[in-house]
Design a protein around this ligand. Structure first.
Ligand code: ADP
Length: 436
């Protein structure tokens, strides 16, 4: 480019020098004017040719020219080819990416902030019955008409996935997992969890059926044991001890069956639509009496800090079971003379019921798994306390059914606080039909 620039400068100097010599020879400025005008006209023509070439629809070979212009055309052509190659490479990458996403067994959808479909792969099309290209740019919730999907996408909280049965696709159960990116765009991953769902349902049904079937034989067994215990003479101590242990163990089994049945009912049935305003004040004060009775000679101090008007909308039996489990645990896991505090308060985040104790506490590493069935941080504990290992699982499920959550704070050796958080919709402002 430098050489052609120098040649162009030389050309201009040559034209100017020749025109100037002719001007001196004829003693007139005309040859100079004509020479420079000629050069200007040629340059302008080259500019027009360049413009036409750049703006032409089909990319033709570069025009022929000499000097700096010729060099310019060659370089521009070189740049065009480079850009075309880069574009082709990019297109190939996009096509490959699309092919690999299309080959996935899981569905992939992209929707923009307004919920319009920007892209979906073959699996997503198959699962949801979407058609290419008609359904592109359509609002997803208009194509998949399900109120649960509509409210899930509108709520904007995607920590937990949504499971949905798609009726017109062999009653498939699909799991929607949403990841947000960019300014309001969402990537949705769809997984077919029908098999998992059936297995889970089978597990739930199995537990419910076994528990139900065990209930009657246990009642009969326990009845006979109690009758026998009453009829064995006082001096037959060995027999009496054996019968009394059998009676204790059957009571434990009865409690286990009761908790298992309660848990499967909480898991398998829809939450009550007709909720009542539950009078928490009365309920928690009654539970304080039960806690004192359970504590008996252990001398626990149980305080209740609950305003008289405290009410939450919910199912009274389920709430009683949840609070009861927390208070019973506090008594079980707090040594003699310990303090147990039951509190209720409400704020703009909703209503809250907490049960704190200064008992043995829990190592923080166990806290995330504490609400799993039969999970116990330390097996020796329940042997002494005789629990079923299902109490906290029951509390968790009751809270889920009330759109709330259970929070656990604890320090080993210092004590624990279990808090039930209810959402603001569960607050009762006006006295209504009350239960509790
Ligand atoms: P269970 O009490 O029948 O074992 P839960 O589900 O009620 O079953 O509780 C699970 C475990 O959590 C208990 O075994 C116990 O180790 C621990 N835990 C529950 N409540 C408390 C508490 N207030 N203080 C210390 N540990 C507790």
């Amino acid at each position: 480019m430098k050489a052609s620039l120098a040649r162009e400068v030389n050309r201009i100097l040559l034209v100017t020098a020749a025109a100037a010599t002719a001007a001196i020879a004829v003693n007139s400025l005309w040859p100079l004017i004509i020479g420079l005008a000629g050069y200007l006209a040629w340059s302008t023509q080259q500019l027009f040719i360049l413009y036409r070439w750049l703006t032409s629809e089909e990319h033709t070979e570069p025009p022929d020219s000499v000097g700096l212009w010729g060099d310019l055309y060659t370089r521009l052509e070189h740049l065009f080819r480079k850009e075309k190659r880069a574009q082709n490479d990019l297109n190939a990458v996009i096509v490959r990416a699309q092919q690999s996403v299309n080959a996935l067994e899981d569905g992939v959808l992209l929707i923009d902030r307004t919920g319009r479909l920007e892209y979906f792969n073959q699996a997503a099309g198959f699962f949801l019955g979407l058609r290419q290209p008609q359904d592109n740019d359509q609002v997803l919730t208009n194509l998949v008409r399900d109120p649960a999907l509509f409210s899930y996408l509108n709520r904007g909280k995607f920590r937990d996935p949504l499971e949905l049965t798609v009726p017109n696709n062999e009653n498939r159960v699909l799991q929607f997992r949403v990841t947000e990116f960019g300014p309001g765009d969402r990537l949705i991953l769809l997984r077919d969890v029908t098999r998992l769902h059936h297995l889970e349902q089978m597990r739930k049904d199995f537990v419910a059926n076994v528990s139900h079937e065990l209930k009657t034989p246990l009642t009969v067994l326990k009845g006979y044991l109690e009758t026998l215990l009453g009829s064995v003479p006082e001096d037959q101590t060995r027999l009496r001890r054996a019968l009394s242990q059998m009676n204790q163990q059957s009571s434990r089994m009865e409690a286990l069956v009761h908790d298992l049945l309660l848990l499967s009912r909480l898991e398998n049935t829809e939450a009550d639509r007709a909720q009542q305003a539950v009078l928490v004040y009365g309920m928690l004060n009654r539970m304080r009496e039960d806690a004192l009775a359970l504590s008996s000679d252990k001398g626990h101090r149980v305080t209740v800090d609950v305003p008289e008007h405290a009410r939450v909308l919910g199912n009274p039996a389920e709430l009683e079971s949840a609070f009861g489990n927390l208070i019973t645990n506090a008594v079980k896991y707090t040594p003699r003379d310990g303090d147990i505090k039951i509190r209720f308060w409400q704020d703009d985040k909703g209503a809250h019921v907490s049960v704190s104790d200064n008992g043995i506490g829990i190592d923080p590493s166990h806290i995330p798994r504490l609400t799993e069935r039969f999970y116990r941080p330390d097996n020796s504990r329940h042997l002494q306390t005789g629990g079923t290992g299902l109490g906290l699982a029951i509390v968790k499920h009751v809270m889920i059914r009330h759109q709330g959550r259970l929070e656990i704070q604890s320090e080993l050796g210092k004590g624990s606080t279990f808090t039930c958080h209810f959402p603001p919709e569960r607050l009762v402002s006006k006295p209504a039909a009350v239960a509790g």
